[in-house]
Design a protein. Structure first.
Length: 126
C-alpha cells in the first residue's frame, strides 16, 4: 500500500525545539501536529481502500524535498515521523510501531522542487 501525503515531516530539531516559553503549549502544538498528520493519512488510506491491520510490516518513508540540502535521516525518525508512525497505529493500519512489528523504518530522501511530499509505503512482512 502506498499513501502519498502532501506534507513533509518535521525534523527532530523542529519537532522537539518548538520555540515557546510555555512547555504545556509545546505539548499542545505537538498534539495538534499529530492530529493533522493522522487526518491526512486517514484521508489517503480511505482512497486506497485499506481495511486490514498488519501484524508485521515494512514501513518506508520516501520524502521529496524542494531542494538538495544536507539532511540527516535519523533526525526525521527521532522527530516528526514519530507522529506519523503513531498515526498509522492509531488508525489500525499497522498493529504497533515497535521493533518486533515493523523493524527499523526506512527513510529515503529525494528532490522534487515542483511537488514536495511524503510517500508512505507499507508492505506485509513475514
Amino acid at each position: 500500500m502506498k499513501l502519498t501525503i502532501d506534507e513533509i515531516p518535521l525534523s527532530k530539531n523542529k519537532f522537539m525545539n518548538m520555540k515557546t516559553k510555555n512547555w504545556g503549549y509545546m505539548e499542545h502544538k505537538r498534539k495538534r501536529y499529530k492530529e493533522m498528520i493522522q487526518w491526512l493519512i486517514y484521508q489517503k488510506w480511505l482512497e486506497v481502500k485499506g481495511n486490514e491491520c498488519l501484524e508485521k510490516a515494512k514501513v518506508t518513508f520516501n520524502i521529496y524535498f524542494k531542494c538538495n540540502r544536507r539532511r540527516d535521516t535519523q533526525n526525521y525518525l527521532g522527530g516528526g515521523l514519530i507522529s506519523w508512525l503513531d498515526a498509522l497505529v492509531d488508525l489500525k493500519i499497522i498493529k504497533d510501531d515497535c521493533w518486533e512489528c515493523i523493524g527499523q523504518p526506512i527513510v529515503n530522501f529525494f528532490k522534487d522542487k515542483d511537488y514536495p511530499r511524503t510517500e508512505i509505503i507499507i508492505e506485509r512482512r513475514k
